[in-house]
Ligand binder design. Sequence first.
Ligand code: SAH
Length: 218
Amino acid sequence: MMFQTDTYRHKGMRNKLVEIVERKGITNKKVLEAIGKVPRHLFFDPAFLDHAYEDKAFQIGEGQTISQPFTVAYMTEWLETQPGMKVLEVGTGSGYQACVLSEMGVKVFSIERFRALQEKAKKMLHKLGYINIKTFFGDGYAGLPAYAPFDRIIITAAATEIPQLLLKQLKIGGIMILPLGNDENQTMIRMTKTSNNDFKKEAGEGFRFVPMLPGKVH
Ligand code: SAH
């Protein structure tokens, strides 16, 4: 693949995107800065570069999508990370959300069930110099027991039920955020682990994600 560059023109388009996301309600300055830093166009096929700085989801192959920038900002804001935290992401996809998290100063462990997407994202993250993101090929329903417990867990695919195994891999005081619902629409849910068996559950806005599916695809 030819490697695209990041130019002042792209930076200008990113600044406009930051304004759009801010107007839609994102107030956390660090999150807005992160959206302003990650070169989203580099996650796009050159033929679709024009769409990279629209506030829209877009196809990335294998029937999957790079999330809408507002959605990425919304989840990142609600995750309330602190620098140095360990964050598990389920659904690496393009790797864009992982980069935004990385810009927040956390260590990202990201799982993807499509081998082709995981490999592509891994290469891109390496090229961009995101050394605090580790990618894994696997089924996110199993989490990453070897790296648990996590301070934060972010699921970027729609789940019909809250994956209990993942709640187990959360530290006490930790937060898991996920879009919960059917194929058509989901509500963003935030689970805060208050003790080994207790959780506080909060509901946020409505979204539409691709489904979280079991198993992995070689
Ligand atoms: N965070 C991504 C969004 C990708 S869309 C980005 O910023 O681009 C959701 C992704 O979740 C898809 O790539 C899909 O293959 C993946 N996915 C769905 N179910 C999964 C599972 N059980 N384990 C790991 N990844 C999963």
